[in-house]
Write a protein of this length. Structure first.
Length: 68
């Protein structure tokens, strides 16, 4: 019985390690992409206000379809 509990604890620790390792890789990859000067220029040109106003009709349409 103790061996089974230890195995379960080891599996849980391994799962947490893999999850945090994956999250760290995602953050590292995002940081590498954002550090590129060309990507910074593209992100600097984005108009957040215009993007939000363009998305509002689509969101309203989605909510109507979802309520049906």
């Amino acid at each position: 019985m103790e061996r089974e509990e230890l195995t379960h604890a080891n599996d849980a620790a391994r799962d947490m390690l893999l999850m945090f390792g994956g999250a760290a890789l995602v953050l590292l990859g995002a940081g590498l992409i954002i550090s590129n000067r060309q990507v910074q220029r593209y992100l600097g040109d984005i108009d957040i206000n215009g993007l939000a106003q363009g998305a509002i009709p689509d969101i309203e349409r989605y909510m109507k379809l979802r309520s049906m």
